[in-house]
Design a protein around this ligand. Structure first.
Ligand code: ITT
Length: 210
């Protein structure tokens, strides 16, 4: 049974969002040890998510969930992509750099997506399940909003007429790239646990009938 899962991240904002999204799942998601520090040398979001998850599983001997996520801007050929957290040294500087690079790009060409790849591994670091999520929007010229983190203040979602940072955490955690990926992982864990419970029940019944 998978009851507790270590979140393979050192980003407290991800931990908070994952715990909010998973609140009613019956699965306990816990923080990685303080010394967790995986070297993200993969070439894709999924590869980095696996690297992080494996590292956390081997450190703790528990099931672990890696989240690698970022912003992909069409006019920048998908950048910053897997380099989103390394694009500049602070969240504020990342936004300034992004807006500077896009300053001559017209509004209609500023389409972008947030992407999240998640990988669940077993205590030996073997991949058990992967899932991806995305949410689509546009990069606006001036940051608005105070919720969320990272690039949220410049990521405008037309369907809500708001930036991600103007949405309440309840709404963000229903529609975000992270929510889409995590819901698939949670559904897998619940199916897996139900299968093991049914198997154990059948075994017990067979034993009683002997
Ligand atoms: P870990 O590697 O320890 O998980 P990290 O923050 O470095 O933490 P990533 O390598 O996955 O994580 O980079 C994700 C970056 O992408 C993050 O720092 C933000 O800049 C951006 N990002 C990801 N999800 C986001 C979200 O929901 N809202 C805004 N920005 C986000």
């Amino acid at each position: 049974m998978i009851k507790t899962v270590v979140i393979a991240t050192s980003n407290p904002d991800k931990v908070e969002e994952i715990n909010d999204i998973a609140a009613d799942s019956g699965i306990e998601f816990i923080c990685a040890p303080e010394k967790f520090n995986a070297v993200e040398n993969g070439e894709t979001f999924a590869e980095n998510a696996y690297i992080k998850a494996r590292e956390a599983a081997l450190m703790t001997g528990m099931y672990a969930l890696g989240d690698d996520s970022g912003l992909c801007v069409d006019a920048m050929g998908g950048a910053p992509g897997i380099y989103s957290s390394r694009f500049a040294s602070t969240p504020k500087k990342r936004i300034i750099k992004l807006l500077d690079l896009l300053r001559n790009v017209p509004e209609e060409d500023r389409t972008a997506k947030f992407v999240c790849s998640m990988v669940l591994v077993d205590p030996e670091g073997q991949k058990v399940k992967g899932a991806d999520g995305a949410v689509y929007g546009n990069i606006i010229s001036n940051p608005i909003g105070t919720h969320g983190f990272g690039y949220d203040p410049v990521f405008y979602i037309p369907a809500y007429n708001k930036t991600m940072a103007q949405l309440s955490s309840e709404i963000k955690n229903q529609i975000s790239h992270r929510a889409v990926a995590l819901e698939e992982i949670i559904a897998y864990i619940i199916r897996h646990n139900n299968y093991l419970k049914t198997k154990a029940r059948k075994k017990a019944r067979k034993y009683r009938e002997l």
